[in-house]
Design a protein around this ligand. Structure first.
Ligand code: UT7
Length: 321
């Protein structure tokens, strides 16, 4: 049986760090409010040169280096972003060119904060059919460019960054390393809860992120709990089998409620939201890069990922490292 194994992970965070205190100098907010409601203490904000393609390339190069694989060996680049460098071509082809590649295929995925899980699911499907042998899945986001910096209800929540994983086809049974399963969902009836008000050719609309936060919060807690359970059930596994929860990093309270639901001690839940804030499609691969990089996630560990975002879209992935 072909298995899609994660053999490298990498991340990139913009040079500039902006603390809650710094935001509270120009906005009616406070470190106390932001930290208590979200767990966020700071975020990284991109400079002009730190575009989605630039950051995605850095993260991809780090994942390739960790795997010891040359860029020339990559068959597909799938890049999840809501903040591409241009409407087209896809940011993925800019990464492809920056990596010095002229073979294979590359495209972007639009599923907001669920984008990385969506990309992982697509790459897994391509690998399992034998269509490709090696894929980069990247989440790269520059939300600082789509935030209304006068809206304290949204602008304090997000940060910029990129994360990437290298997937390689391997052989093995159900216990072998690789993606066990992925589970994707969408319900466009809730599109009005979280969206960017703008598009190419609509200059009268500002292109700013709009969110009904408390409603998204309610959907997140129930829908994420559902998709976590379906991932475990699909593999005949239970909460006790999970070594690490690597959740989308939107809000510490949502993360804690998922950890509690799984009965996982806090030290088995990877948390970056305090330092990165919500980096949308980049948050899971950035958290993976951190926890693999510092040796917490090790070979043989079972890792559960979950995310929910604009769409609404949501989903989960269960991966044996
Ligand atoms: O990644 C995609 C998925 N996104 C999410 O999962 C986000 C889900 N939602 C959330 O994380 C939370 O709903 C928020 C963090 C966005 C908001 O927390 P909340 O506990 O739901 O607060 P709220 O929106 O109900 O606002 C409570 C109060 C309001 O004041 P009033 O109307 O009660 O007087 C807000 O105006 O807090 C006020 N407020 C703020 N105060 C200080 C909102 N933003 C701020 C702020 N600083 N930055």
């Amino acid at each position: 049986m072909i298995r899609a194994r994660i053999t490298g992970v990498g991340g990139y965070l913009p040079r500039r760090v902006v603390t809650n205190d710094e935001l509270s100098r120009s906005l009616d907010t406070s470190d106390e409010w932001i930290a208590a409601r979200t767990g966020i203490r700071q975020r990284h904000i991109a400079d002009k040169d730190e575009t989605a393609a630039f950051m995605g390339t850095r993260a991809a190069a780090a994942a390739l280096a960790q795997a010891g694989v040359a860029a020339a060996g990559v068959d597909a680049i799938i890049l999840a972003t809501a903040t591409p460098d241009d409407a087209f071509p896809a940011t993925a082809v800019r990464v492809q060119a920056a990596l010095g590649l002229a073979t294979g295929f590359a495209f972007d995925v639009s599923a907001a904060c669920s984008g990385f899980v969506y990309g992982l699911a697509m790459a897994d499907a391509f690998l399992r059919t034998g269509m490709i042998r090696t894929a980069l899945v990247i989440g790269s986001e520059v939300y600082s460019r789509i935030l209304d910096w006068t809206d304290r209800g949204t602008c304090v929540l997000f940060g910029d960054g990129a994360g990437a994983v290298l997937l390689q086809a391997g052989d093995g049974d159900a216990g072998a390393p690789g993606i066990l399963s992925t589970h994707l969902h969408a319900n466009g009836a809730h599109a009005g809860l979280l969206y960017v008000d703008g598009a190419v050719g609509q200059p009268e609309r500002p292109g700013h992120l709009v969110m009904k936060g408390s409603e998204v919060f309610r959907h997140a807690v129930t829908k994420l709990a559902g998709t976590v359970d379906e991932a475990l059930a699909a593999n005949g596994l239970s909460h006790a089998d999970v070594d690490w929860l690597v959740p989308h990093q939107a809000n510490r309270r949502i993360i804690d409620s998922m950890g509690k639901k799984l009965g996982l001690p806090a030290e088995r839940v990877v948390v970056t939201v305090d330092r990165h804030a919500n980096t949308s499609a980049a948050s899971i691969p950035l958290a993976l890069a951190e926890a693999v990089g510092d040796g917490r996630i090790q070979a043989g560990h079972l890792v559960l990922m979950e995310a929910l975002g604009g769409g609404l879209t949501w989903g989960s992935a269960l991966v044996r490292f």
